[in-house]
Ligand binder design. Structure first.
Ligand SMILES: [Zn+2]
Length: 150
């Protein structure tokens, strides 16, 4: 189709004259076909996420060992001291065990359980030995340990 420049009427392409006004000037002919739709973009192939797939689990993950530090030595020292302090110079060893175990527990990389055990043993042993000693030296009365010791 082409549009008459004189009257604006649509005319067939083959028309020499406008069928309405007889004019001879037309705009450039154009197709009445629907303009071809823009070709749809080719579907993108499914993109694998760039993150690497999780590794296949082959047994438990390797245990990354943290370095053995001075505080881990303190953990062991504290635990041993707490045990030795049960029978030897508790007044020195149990406080030492408590400090060592606490340091080992919070700063060490290994043996948290051992450090916790050292703390518990040291505290309990110190309290028990303290009360027993106070009682034996008549600093506190029997009432203070009544029920705990016979
Ligand atoms: Zn016309």
């Amino acid at each position: 189709m082409k549009k008459c420049l004189n009257c604006g009427k649509e005319n067939k392409n083959e028309n020499q004259f406008c069928s309405t006004c007889g004019g001879t000037t037309f705009e450039a002919p154009y197709s009445t076909d629907e303009p071809a739709p823009a070709p749809a973009p080719a579907p993108q192939p499914y993109q694998q996420p760039q993150t690497p797939p999780p590794p296949v689990m082959m047994g438990p993950p390797p245990v990354i060992k943290k370095p053995f530090t001075l505080f881990d030595v303190l953990t062991i020292l504290g635990f041993v001291s707490s045990l030795v302090g049960l029978v030897q110079i508790w007044v020195v060893l149990e406080p030492l065990a408590l400090v060592s175990s606490v340091l080992g527990f919070f700063k060490g990389n290994r043996s948290k359980g051992l450090a916790a055990a050292g703390i518990v043993i040291a505290v309990i042993a110190f309290i028990i030995r303290l009360f027993m000693t106070l009682y034996n030296n008549n600093v506190i009365g029997r009432w203070a340990i009544e029920g705990a010791f016979k």
